[in-house]
Design a binder for this molecule. Sequence first.
Ligand code: NAD
Length: 500
Amino acid sequence: MTTIPHWIAGAPAEGTGRTTAPVYNPATGREQARVVLAGAADVDAAVTAARTAFTTWSESSLSQRTQVLFAFRQLLVEHEEELARIISAEHGKTVGDARGEIARGREVVEFACGLGDVLKGDFSDQVSRGVDVHSFRQPLGVVAGITPFNFPAMVPLWMHPIAIATGNTFVLKPSERDPSAANFVAELYRRAGLPDGVFNVVHGDKTAVDALLDHPGVEAVSFVGSTPIAQYVHERATAAGKRVQALGGAKNHAVVLPDADLEFAADHITAGAYGSAGERCMALSVAVAVGPAADALVAILERKAREVKVGPGDAPGTEMGPLVTAAARDRVERAVAEAPAQGATVVVDGRGLKVEDHPECADGFFTGPSLLDHVTTAMDAYRQELFGPVLAVVRVDTLDDAIDLINANPYGNGTAVFTASGEAARRFQRGVKVGMIGVNVPVPVPMSYYSFGGWKDSLIGDSPIHGPEGIRFYTRPKVVTTRWPHTEQHVAAGFTFPTS
Ligand code: NAD
């Protein structure tokens, strides 16, 4: 059985061997590897390597960093298929969807390739007689990324290209459920010419996370995962004096107005709800049917849910793969089982799905798409982030009711409105307390040159990720006020603040 090592100072590292954890192939349900779990000594080794590398990397020129990033971007293109298959085999998502996450992550590298532009400071000439002011930004030092299982390539790529481009060194603690993508990316960085120690990977669980949060050598922590852990990470790392960005969970609503093209809306909501088996923080898990849209919408959603092709992620034609673990599958199926007792109608019941064309998948962690109707905000299926292929339909009377419903939800990550009315879309986008909004777009993930982040319990603290906010997060500003005295025009020192 393969053991997946850490990656420290430019090479694989077995570490101190605290313990290992199983890595499954979710499609077959079989353990396919073990991953080492870091203890505090392993984390310290990674942080020490990163601190050593920082002394030279932070002094490297913009053109040297840009060259490494361009080379890294090219390697991501050349090895996309290989990386997509690694992701699919450990996560369960389709290879096509894994390619998509690599492409979206690569866009952040492309943004970081323009660091010469985004790192430009400001200059003000002659703010006082003979005095100029300029500003520039400097890296923080060693920064850590702690990431979730659902995007093992893309979410870390939201972080490390920008951190590294701005002169920091990085320690990544990826999810222990699908750890291999992180090591593959580390190897690509090495081949791109990144100096040893600038990018490190420690695998592990809470022990590794806590060691990073407490380590005095770590200046900042980027976290993406569930809300309770985001809150925990934010609290513990800020208490240790670190800068923290912490993105949490979600419950994303798609509002369908009666004037919408219902076939179009249902098509996109189906893909947004069941794509990646609902294991996306931007997945649509609630369809809010407004007024007379409801019955027709549910009928089309039912037809489309039944048409979703479920199978192993590497089989041609598969649209939806298994869930990441048996526990995740059981949690989702329990929620569907309990929904009728709380008053919901189970329109499509995905429980117990068998992938018949693939006998090797008999023990895989599959469940089919489920569709619940007449869901209310009091029900568990609405209140919990199920993080699986379950779409709940809530019926309301008006657009304003839909906006109020979304605003009463503790999460505020993404939302979408389906309508033919520009006025309604405008009212919606101005009214909802949500960070990322789609108008006839189901999963409105911002491009890399914007920043990604929700509101309320979907983002703890105040810093969204990547784009301009990423540059700000990974750097500190300096403002320099300069005078070069003219020997013949002596400027007298004043005991009061200058007024001109
Ligand atoms: P998770 O919170 O369980 O794990 C995230 C990371 O935290 C992992 O690296 C994990 O090892 C670590 N961790 C887990 N438990 C911990 C503990 N008790 N103490 C310290 N560290 C701990 O999340 P997940 O199940 O891997 O991912 C799914 C969640 O991530 C969902 O809630 C989803 O909405 C969220 N997510 C959010 C975004 C976003 O941008 N807002 C993006 C992707 C995923």
